[in-house]
Design a binder for this molecule. Structure first.
Ligand SMILES: Nc1ncnc2c1ncn2[C@@H]1O[C@H](COP(=O)(O)OP(=O)(O)OP(=O)(O)O)[C@@H](O)[C@H]1O
Ligand SMILES: [Mg+2]
Length: 334
């Protein structure tokens, strides 16, 4: 059996009709969510789909979980075609979509796990045993019999995680598993995925570059329905070797345009905060040679450089280089 996930030339266009008074069609809209993507995830591998809002991450996970039908192309999980063999495919996957909302808040953690275990056709005793085991894995034994509505977000997410493992599936599809969690819980969950689920085939989506960097063996950068780069985090970052990443922290507000006139500059992003401080991040060929020009440009605009540093490129820098946009908030780089 071909274990893992295989996706070939997958496309999906959403078609929606806008209606007047909820009945009369007035216009049709089409959104090309996936424009023919290819990737594979093998057993023992964690692969991240990383991209900004609307990139097509959730659509990919939903197609692989048999919740949405693709228009064309092929997707198989553990050898089962998700369109032609959805029942078989479903039996081999554990899914997280929609975060903590997908459990019953009026039931306790244990009751949720037993309930969902029964839906996976475990006997009552098997479901109880499995719930116990997973509550132990998540470190939730002591809170197991409290209603989930009294849990913190992180604890609810742990139950969602435990649920995805009830039937011990070989493949896990996780859509934004740490979205909105406080950093401590997010770290705990990442550690758990990395340490305890090593033998699984995991596809996860995220906005968080550090998460992808920490967790993933390989990353596919997704932008407007297309994969624009893929590789290990180190390989992706190596693609940025031909430029330096210079960060300037500035007191005062500065404009982007004067920086773009400096020789070798390819991308400039500027973030100003409410306290009148600005962070300028620049991609520049041989930054050290023109450093003085940056300092002068800031001073000429009445700003004061508080700090400057040549940083390691991040995955966001790779993404900016490929697409001109940032992953984090979709802000355009210039
Ligand atoms: N049910 C739907 N009907 C119409 N358009 C949709 C539907 N679901 C998604 N889309 C559109 O398809 C595109 C891809 O959406 P998708 O949810 O896959 O992106 P995403 O990468 O998961 O984004 P996010 O980071 O915001 O979760 C977007 O332009 C979105 O507006
Ligand atoms: Mg999404």
């Amino acid at each position: 059996m071909n274990l893992g996930i295989s996706v070939r030339k997958l496309t999906k266009t959403y078609r929606s009709t806008k209606r007047k008074y909820g009945v009369v069609p007035v216009s049709k809209r089409e959104t090309k969510a996936l424009k023919g993507i290819d990737f594979k995830v093998q057993r023992g591998e964690i692969v991240g789909l990383l991209g900004p809002n609307g990139a097509g991450k959730t659509t990919t996970i939903k197609i692989l979980s048999t919740l949405v039908l693709p228009d064309s192309g092929e997707a198989t999980v553990n050898g089962f075609n998700v369109v032609r063999q959805p029942t078989e495919a479903r039996a081999t996957i554990g899914v997280i979509t929609g975060g903590e909302r997908s459990i019953y808040h009026k039931l306790s953690g244990r009751e949720n796990l037993i309930f969902f275990g029964r839906l996976y056709r475990l006997t009552r005793n098997e479901a109880k045993e499995r719930a116990d085991e997973l509550l132990g894995l998540m470190g939730l034994q002591e809170k197991a019999d409290i209603k989930c509505e009294d849990y913190s977000s992180g604890m609810k997410m742990k139950i969602v995680f435990a649920r995805s493992l009830l039937h011990d599936p070989p493949t896990l599809l996780y859509d934004e598993p740490t979205l909105g969690l406080d950093p401590g819980f997010a770290r705990e969950i990442r550690q758990l995925v990395r340490d305890k689920l090593r033998d699984k085939c995991i596809l996860l989506t995220t906005h968080y570059m550090n998460e992808a960097d920490f967790l993933c063996d390989r990353i596919d950068l997704l932008h407007e329905g297309q994969i624009v780069a893929s590789g290990t985090p180190a390989e992706l970052k190596r693609q940025t070797r031909d430029f330096d990443v210079l960060t300037l922290q500035i007191k005062g507000i500065v404009r982007v345009k004067p920086f773009k006139g400096i020789p070798g500059v390819s991308k400039v992003t500027v973030n100003s905060d409410a306290s009148d401080a600005t962070t300028v991040r620049v991609h520049v060929r041989d930054g050290a040679a023109v450093l003085r020009r940056f300092l002068d440009t800031v001073e000429a605009q009445g700003g004061k450089v508080l700090r400057f540093a040549f940083d390691e490129p991040t995955l966001d820098d790779v993404f900016i280089q490929k697409t001109g946009r940032r992953i984090t908030n979709g802000v355009s780089a210039q």
